[in-house]
Structures are given as structure tokens and as C-alpha cells.
Design a protein around this ligand. Structure first.
Ligand code: CS2
Ligand code: MN
Length: 346
């Protein structure tokens, strides 16, 4: 297992020298800031890699290379965007990147109804309320997202919603199959594993067709192209926000099949009505048993990458919500502690 932390070049208030000081964190997960659909040039990837390496950290995981909506929609220009994606994968492979996280969520990446919910200890966190979510109309309200690469104008949103209204989940599966058939052979040649991130939360929002939502659908994704390069970014918080999921069992199953390239570790606290808070990583703070999940990776002999997913805002830190230094550093130490214990008791 290789412990990493996500780091945004340029705009990140967290600097690499600090990340280097978290014991056991050996690399960062990063990205070039490019418009969706643009090719990432090899010299810019190299520049980023050497900057990260100069700080004593590895750069072997990219998060995310976003897919253009035309790919997910199966629209006319998808071939052009698939070509760009393939070029980017080839370029990342040339620069030593081993895993690329991506997702197939229509229009929106992860979605919360509250970015600054105050917890009893005074920290703030992101939360999802079922009631509030059901009252939001994304076309008439200003929904504020942290961390979003894609900021659509109201007009663009309307066009996209219109296009997705014509599509159902089977269309999405067809478009995903088309994408994987085109891309995985190049991922194999370039030795870059594609790690699909589950939809977050793992249920449909705003009537959009979401497909990476449960075990049966993950099985289907993996069977669309049988290769370790068609792999998962298994996000404990995204799948764990449904009480129906036994995340440790899912990790055991997919790591055992060698289909997890990258693990996101986040704890969530679930409520009766399906709402949830993103909690601190410690098992007792949320609903997930983080030891059982780490044990499932360990038992499978997992050699891939893990990062603590979102953190709370603590100790007066300012900066990107979910991606501050302090709580994620606590998370990394905690997860490394679990791993060390598992290693020694083995
Ligand atoms: C998010 C993102 O929950 C998360 O992991 O912060 O990492 C996002 O969902 C991914 O970038 C998906 O491509
Ligand atoms: Mn995640």
C-alpha cells in the first residue's frame, strides 16, 4: 500500500513541504488544470512531476482526468474527445503515472447540501441532507460546490440537462462501453490503470442517469472490459453513504480480483433518513469500520495507492473545503497506524 495525499498545483494552500512531513505519505495525487477535453501536454506533466519529485514525493496518481460530457452523452463529437483522452493517457504514461482516477457522473461531480456544517466539537464538515437535496432545483438555485473543475453557466447547464433528459441508464452503459473499448487498449500499452470513481452520493440526483452506484453496477462496469486496466477508485465514503453497502466486503472482493487501483478512505456518519455527514476518519466518529476496510485491503495483499479522502476543517485552517492539510494529515496517520498494526500482527 502506498499512502498519498491529493495536492492541487497552483491554487492549493497546502504546500508540498508540509505534505512531505506527514510520516508515511510517499506521494501526491495531482493534476494539470486544463479545460475538460484538452490534451495534457507531456512537457507540462513532466514539469509537474519534477516539481513534486524535488519535494521528495512521488507523482504516480492523477485525479481526475475529467471526461467531456459528449463522451458520457454519446454525442457527435465524442470521438474527438476520446482521442484527446487517449493522448493524455499516453502522455501520463510517458511521465511515469500509473493510475488515473476518473468518473462517469453526468454534469456534477460529488454533491453536498452543506459545505460547512458545524459538528459538536466545533469543526466543520460537508453534509448531505435528503430533505434539502429533494428541494434543490439545480437550474434555478445557485448551488455552490467546492473543488469543481467544471463551472457551467446557467445556459450550458440547461443545454446539458436537456441532453441528459433524452438519455436513460442503458444509454449511459452503451456510451461507457464505447469509451472503454476505445481507451483500455491504450491504457494497457501505456501501463496506466484507469480507476473509475463511484458516483457520490451513490444514487441518482436531479433526475440524472447515474450508473456507478452499487455492487451489481460495479460488476457490470468491470465486465464491460476484462482487464486490470479497467479498474476502480474505490471510495469508501461514496459507497459507504448507502447503508446497503458493506464497504469492507466490497474492498475484499474487488481487491481480490486485482481491480482496485486506488482507494479513497473517508468515514461518513449515516442518519435514519439516508442523510449523512462526512466525519473524521476514526471509526467511532462515523458509521464505517475503517479497521475492517483497511484489513480487507491488507488481506488481499493490496499494493496500490490509498489516500485519505476529504477532511473536516479544524484548528482554524482556511483553504479548500474538504482538502485542508490538518484533518487529512490526521487521517493519513490514522490509516498508516492501522496498516502498521496489521503488518505487525500478520
Ligand atoms: C472527490 C473527488 O469524493 C471525492 O473523492 O473529492 O475526488 C471526485 O469525486 C473525483 O475526482 C472523481 O473523479
Ligand atoms: Mn472519493
Amino acid at each position: 500500500m502506498k499512502m498519498t495525499l491529493r495536492w492541487y498545483p497552483g491554487k492549493d494552500a497546502v504546500n508540498l513541504a508540509y505534505i512531505r512531513q506527514i510520516p508515511g505519505v510517499t506521494g501526491v495525487v495531482s493534476e494539470l488544470q486544463k479545460p475538460v477535453g484538452a490534451v495534457w501536454p507531456v512537457d507540462e506533466i513532466e514539469g509537474l512531476r519534477s516539481y513534486i519529485n524535488q519535494h521528495g514525493l512521488a507523482f504516480e496518481v492523477v485525479e481526475s482526468v475529467k471526461l467531456h460530457e459528449d463522451i458520457k452523452l454519446g454525442a457527435d463529437r465524442r470521438d474527438q474527445y476520446i482521442e484527446s483522452f487517449i493522448e493524455t493517457i499516453k502522455n501520463l504514461g510517458k511521465s511515469g503515472v500509473k493510475v488515473v482516477c476518473y468518473d462517469f457522473m453526468p454534469i456534477f461531480d460529488w454533491f453536498r447540501t452543506d459545505l460547512t456544517k458545524v459538528l459538536p466539537d466545533g469543526s466543520t464538515t460537508m453534509a448531505y441532507s435528503m430533505i434539502e437535496a429533494s428541494q434543490i432545483d439545480p437550474l434555478s438555485s445557485d448551488i455552490k460546490m467546492a473543488d469543481w473543475e467544471t463551472d457551467y453557466s446557467r445556459e450550458e447547464l440547461e443545454t446539458l440537462f436537456g441532453a441528459y433528459r433524452e438519455k436513460d441508464t442503458e444509454d449511459m452503459w452503451k456510451n461507457l462501453q464505447y469509451f472503454l473499448d476505445a481507451v483500455i487498449p491504450y491504457a494497457e500499452q501505456s501501463d496506466v490503470k484507469l480507476g473509475m470513481h463511484p458516483d457520490d452520493p451513490c444514487w441518482p440526483i436531479f433526475g440524472l442517469p447515474r450508473i456507478i452506484t452499487n455492487e451489481a453496477n460495479i460488476d457490470r462496469l468491470l465486465s464491460l472490459y476484462d482487464s486490470p486496466y479497467n479498474s476502480l477508485t474505490l471510495c469508501s465514503g461514496s459507497l459507504g453513504c448507502s447503508a446497503a453497502h458493506d464497504v469492507a466486503a466490497l474492498v475484499g472482493k474487488y481487491a481480490g480480483m486485482d481491480r482496485i487501483a486506488f482507494g479513497h478512505m473517508r468515514n461518513v456518519k449515516l442518519f435514519q433518513d439516508g442523510s449523512f455527514d462526512e466525519s473524521a476518519h476514526l471509526s467511532t466518529e462515523g458509521s464505517l469500520d475503517m479497521v475492517q476496510i483497511m484489513k480487507a485491503y491488507h488481506d488481499a495483499g493490496f499494493t496500490g495507492y490509498i489516500r485519505p479522502d476529504h477532511g473536516r476543517v479544524i484548528w482554524g485552517e482556511t483553504g479548500a473545503i474538504g482538502y485542508g492539510l490538518y484533518d487529512r494529515a490526521l487521517g493519513a496517520m490514522y490509516l498508516n497506524g492501522i496498516w502498521e498494526t496489521l503488518e505487525k500482527l500478520d
